[in-house]
Design a protein around this ligand. Structure first.
Ligand SMILES: [Cu+2]
Length: 103
């Protein structure tokens, strides 16, 4: 995309290195489903007017997906195995998301 600055001296965002970024906002994960490849990282960006949320993996395959309770900032997880990883916010279980990791 034209206009994307790659030489900004203050570019320190962790999200820049992520293969996918999920916004945690308005009591939902958006996009709710992201697709990446094995070895890539997903970053969640917490920005919901001070409402605390988590990123909490479901079932055994999601065990490593486990953010602290966060009101802001980011949480990143690198996926080392292929599969479909469902997660929720442990404080608001109606908030659901999925990471699809392709081989
Ligand atoms: Cu929540």
């Amino acid at each position: 995309m034209p206009g994307v600055a790659t030489s900004a001296p203050t570019a320190t965002s962790q999200a820049a290195a992520a293969a996918a970024t999920v916004e945690v906002k308005d009591m939902k994960f958006s996009p709710a489903t992201v697709t990446i490849k094995v070895g890539q990282t997903v970053t969640w960006k917490f920005d919901d007017n001070g409402i605390p949320h988590t990123v909490s993996g479901l079932r055994d395959v999601g065990m490593g997906i486990d953010s602290p309770i966060q009101r802001d900032g980011t949480y990143s997880h690198t996926f080392d195995t292929a599969g479909t990883f469902d997660y929720i916010c442990s404080l608001h279980p109606q908030m659901k998301g999925t990471v699809v990791v392709k081989p």
